[in-house]
Design a protein around this ligand. Structure first.
Ligand SMILES: [Zn+2]
Ligand SMILES: [Zn+2]
Length: 426
């Protein structure tokens, strides 16, 4: 049967709908505000003007005119929708999603805004906190450090928490409505947060990240209905703080709209941030085989076997467990104390019935990084976990994995540990 487009495929377009569309396109960088201003201020073209036969490049509010259609097509292209130039259902759904307040750039994939920090050690601090959903300053510190650690793992940058009075480079703030920087928040839903590009952008505001206090922030996963994952949105905003614009790669951290928790960078984000800051030089890497795994609760395992230099095990149904790796640690190399860049794990689980929930990195007995609620399963053959502040190593590195075994068959609760390691820098 031949598919024809029926009238019902189109949503009725009232003048208000179009005005709303134009507002959205203007707000997020698709419709030029200057074009809008011309609409009322400029005189109509002279009749004998050569260009008068062309449609004038002005926007009339509430009219689906040429510039609006062109802007709409660009929006549709960026958001991987059919470039129909029509206000269709897919477009309406996309525009209704929660998103970042920063405008989209009209290019493919990642793009750099142009500014960057001219130093590698970046400080951050909190102007205030949110108390949503039981969040405490300590929990927020952990969540924000987790967000920074994603960018730290790909670049020479390190991120250190300092007091607000020490005038941090990146100032973090929860604010609602008009909060004095010319970019008001819009209450619950809609835009969630915004950030300022690196200096000299916006003077003292450069690098700062603001979160809409009207949202219901959480660090728990599942988040619960209507709640927003702070780690995900913070990781996205810090991408802007470091100089990245929005990416049109669906699934990337720098995609403009929010579609639930995302606690790892996409290949596109990594390529983007490395384009700005370059990679890093590893001074030393140290690894240990999967057979050296230490098990917190052996009685919660159904079976454990060693094969060659890896360990495979089956958790009992509905249990949690911790697995630890002590990494042989060169603390001083060539008379220099090393710093930790990241931990790397090689493991796999056989289904979602065995899930790595948390990865924590220790130096001696102090925890130096927490990657919580990451929910990893399947093949994880080279999965990196950054340390935001890249501290000097003092006592010896350890990696701990918190794992949840659900129901299902025994075979579906299998997990293989192949190796664990750390990259160290000078
Ligand atoms: Zn954004
Ligand atoms: Zn703001």
């Amino acid at each position: 049967m031949k598919k024809t487009i029926s009238k019902s495929d189109f949503v009725p377009k009232t003048t208000d709908d179009i005005a709303q569309l134009q507002k959205h396109l203007g707000l997020f960088g698709y419709l030029n505000a200057e074009d809008c201003a011309h609409a009322s201020d400029e005189l109509p073209p002279e009749p004998d003007d050569e260009e008068s036969t062309l449609e004038p490049n002005v926007i009339e509010e509430g009219k689906l005119d040429k510039p609006t259609i062109e802007a709409l097509k660009k929006y549709q292209h960026f958001h991987c929708l059919e470039c129909s130039g029509k206000l269709d259902e897919g477009t309406i759904n996309s525009m209704g999603k929660k998103r970042c307040a920063m405008p989209d750039s009209i290019v493919a994939e990642f793009s750099a805004q142009g500014n960057k920090w001219n130093k590698t050690e970046i400080t951050y601090g909190f102007q205030n906190y949110t108390a949503d959903n039981g969040l405490t300053p300590a929990k927020i510190h952990q969540a924000i450090a987790q967000a920074f650690s994603l960018w730290a793992a790909e670049t020479p940058l390190s991120f250190r928490l300092v007091n607000f009075s020490a005038n941090p480079d990146i100032r973090i703030r929860f604010a609602s409505g008009n909060h004095g920087d010319g970019a008001s928040f819009d209450g619950r839903s809609g835009v969630l947060a915004h950030a300022f590009y690196p200096p000299p952008n916006g003077g003292a505001l450069a690098g700062d990240a603001h979160f809409d206090e009207a949202e219901s922030w959480t660090i728990n996963i599942p988040t619960g209905s209507g709640k927003i994952d702070l780690v995900t949105v913070a990781a996205h905003e810090f991408g802007h703080s470091l100089g990245l614009r929005h990416s049109n790669v669906n699934g990337s951290m720098m995609f403009p709209s929010y579609s639930g928790p995302k606690r790892a960078l996409h290949r596109d984000d990594k390529a983007g941030i490395r384009r700005i800051y370059g990679g890093y030089n590893i001074a030393h890497a140290s690894w240990i085989h999967g057979t050296s795994v230490q098990i917190e609760y052996p009685e919660r395992l159904q079976r454990i076997k060693r094969a060659g230099f890896y360990t495979y095990l089956y958790g009992k149904a509905n249990t949690t467990n911790w697995f630890h790796f002590a990494i042989p640690t060169p603390v001083i190399v060539d008379k220099k104390r090393l710093k930790i860049l990241c931990a790397i794990l090689r493991f796999r689980t056989f289904s979602d019935n065995a899930i790595v929930k948390h990865v924590q990195i220790y130096d001696g007995y102090s925890k130096i990084a927490s990657h919580n609620n990451i929910n990893l399963s399947g093949n994880q053959w080279f999965t990196k976990f950054g340390v935001a502040h890249k501290p000097y190593v003092r006592w010896g590195l350890g990696i701990s994995l918190g794992v949840e075994f659900k129901g299902g068959t025994v075979g579906s609760r299998r997990m293989d540990f192949v190796a664990a390691g750390c990259d160290l820098i000078k």
